[in-house]
Design a protein. Structure first.
Length: 555
């Protein structure tokens, strides 16, 4: 038999048999399912982030104050950090005054010192270590202005937003960058609008504060006669309560006839008016106001609002009246001595036959001399008042003044003008002398003693006294006259003011400048003058303090 060939023996190999096509496809399918699931999770996460980012500023409350802005920014940086998955977040704005970026508080994950480090240029190289930064991403804060067709016409970068340290990852990726850029655009809009609103609100509050602080009364009404604004001064002037009056008809609020009539005429006639009105309120009494109305017109030229301004001119009118009375009084004061001088001179000139003896002539000459002195004093007072009003210091001609002798001379001179009074000089002879202007100290005493005589029309004793008071000397002038009522005591030092309550103005003459001048003359000598005591119907006492050595002029 023929031998049949033997089949080959199987050989062992080092590699297992290759997978079948079905296995390869199955494994690739599982891998792709995992990839799809991971992508789905990422997409869902991005969708959630996008939804959060879209709604982050969708319903932004009106930010009307800096505390509200700070609260909104705190929420904003937390949301940005959450969306981009960062541990730290800070917003930096450009400060045009300093020219650098500064952290806008609050910042998330940063201490106050770390936030300040952004401002210090010396710490730039150390920021990474100082802030413990592992990774970071930054986006500019850009404000985009668009036209009516929503085309961007202008862009302005107002700062940047930083996010540091990606949670659960070594760093940020391109998706994080794109997301942060979108968030930065929305954050820029929030910050810019809030700052603009706050700026406008603060300017409005400042304007309202200024409006309320205006001393003139200001009333604003619209064309329909309803009140828009009333400042504090107008409320006080017109006696209006603090209750809100905006929107109410002016006739319901301003019950005084003259104010209501002014506003009504302005509304009816649609024209600017100016008139003087007199108002009486319990708080202010009777006051005179210059009232003016101004029309505020719109773009079409029609009147939108009417502004009424009330300026208190009571003091101006009082001064005008006092000046008129002053001119009349000065004319009388000048005419009286001139009449005497003219009369005696004419008498002497007509006495060709020497009818009057020598003694009579000497008496006439003495009267003429005294009246000339009276004119000189009045003119000197007027010149000094003129210097004071012009802001020029009173010039002092200094010398040693014996106050005792000066007081005796003034008392004797004033005694010669009256027979109803007894002028007593009680100044001690050893009263120390002072350095001063003798003529001006004479004016001080003459005015005070003259006033004491004038305001004691029924007579009585006028006493001049004095004493040493260390670095100064005190002089007093006391009378037994009419006294000074309480409401006059703060005004007697004002120019043109006269105390003439229940007094015949013809019986008590005067210019109303005596005490005003006395005060300035005493102050020029480093002293002062004051009303020490007064009682109506009993008398008054004035005190004068004069420094023994006055200050140098100009000090």
């Amino acid at each position: 038999m023929a031998d049949h060939p033997r089949p080959p023996e199987p050989r062992q190999t080092d590699l297992p048999p290759g997978p079948s096509d079905a296995d390869v496809i199955r494994r690739e399918r599982d891998r792709l399912q995992l990839v799809v699931a991971d992508l789905s999770r990422k997409i869902k996460s991005l969708e959630e982030q996008l939804e959060t980012a879209t709604t982050m500023t969708e319903v932004t409350p009106v930010i009307a104050s800096r505390p509200e802005l700070r609260k909104t920014l705190s929420s904003l940086v937390r949301r940005v950090a959450m969306i981009v998955q960062g541990e730290k977040c800070a917003i930096m704005l450009y400060n045009p005054e300093t020219g650098v970026l500064e952290v806008l508080p609050p910042a998330m994950g940063l201490t106050e010192d770390q936030a300040k480090a952004f401002k210090d240029q010396r710490t730039i190289k150390d920021n990474v270590a100082f802030l413990h930064v592992r990774s970071g991403v930054t986006a500019p804060l850009i404000i985009k202005r668009r036209d009516e067709d929503e085309h961007v016409v202008d862009e302005q970068c107002i700062g940047v937003i930083h996010v540091f340290n990606k949670r659960g990852a070594p760093g940020f990726n391109d998706d994080d960058m794109r997301l942060l850029e979108m968030l930065a655009t929305q954050a820029a809009a929030v910050i810019s609008n809030a700052q603009l609103y706050i700026k406008i609100q603060e300017e409005k509050e400042q304007l309202e504060a200024t409006f309320q602080s205006i001393q003139s009364g200001v009333i604003v009404i619209n064309r329909a006669g309803k009140i828009s604004l009333v400042n504090a001064a107008a409320r006080q002037i017109c006696g209006v309560s603090e209750a809100d009056v905006a929107g109410k008809p002016y006739a319901e609020v301003f019950t005084d006839g003259e104010v209501a009539r002014l506003l009504g005429d302005a509304v009816r006639h649609d024209e600017e008016l100016a008139r003087e009105i007199t108002l009486v309120t319990p708080a202010r009494g009777e006051r005179i106001y210059q009232a003016q109305t101004t029309l505020i017109r719109g773009e079409n030229g029609s009147t939108q609002n009417i502004v009424a301004i009330l300026n208190d001119i009571s003091d101006i009118r009082n001064v005008e009246r006092m000046k008129t009375a002053f001119v009349s009084t000065v004319s009388h004061e000048l005419r009286t001595p001139l009449t005497s001088i003219k009369g005696f001179i004419s008498t002497l000139l007509e006495d060709q036959e020497e009818y009057y003896d020598k003694d009579t002539r000497i008496e006439f000459y003495q009267i003429i001399d005294e009246e000339c002195d009276r004119l000189t004093r009045l003119i000197s007072d007027l010149l000094n008042i003129s210097r004071i009003e012009a802001g020029r210091a009173l010039e002092l001609v200094l010398s040693e003044v014996n106050l005792y002798e000066l007081c005796v001379r003034v008392c004797n001179a004033q005694q010669s003008y009256t027979t109803k009074h007894q002028v007593v000089c009680a100044v001690p002879p050893d009263l120390p002398p002072i350095i001063g202007d003798q003529d001006k100290i004479d004016q001080i005493l003459t005015n005070l003693v003259g006033n004491a005589i004038k305001y004691s029309p029924d007579g009585g004793t006028v006493t001049v006294d004095g004493r040493d008071d260390g670095d100064s000397v005190l002089l007093s002038v006391q009378d037994e006259g009419l006294g000074i009522a309480e409401h006059h005591r703060d005004k007697i030092w004002e120019r043109f003011h006269r105390v003439d309550d229940n007094v015949d103005s013809q019986a008590v003459s005067g210019t109303g400048i005596g005490l005003y001048l006395v005060k300035h003359l005493a102050e020029a000598h480093g002293g002062d003058v004051w009303l020490d005591w007064s009682e109506v119907g009993v008398g008054s006492r004035f005190m004068v303090r004069l420094a023994k050595v006055p200050p140098k002029q100009g000090e």
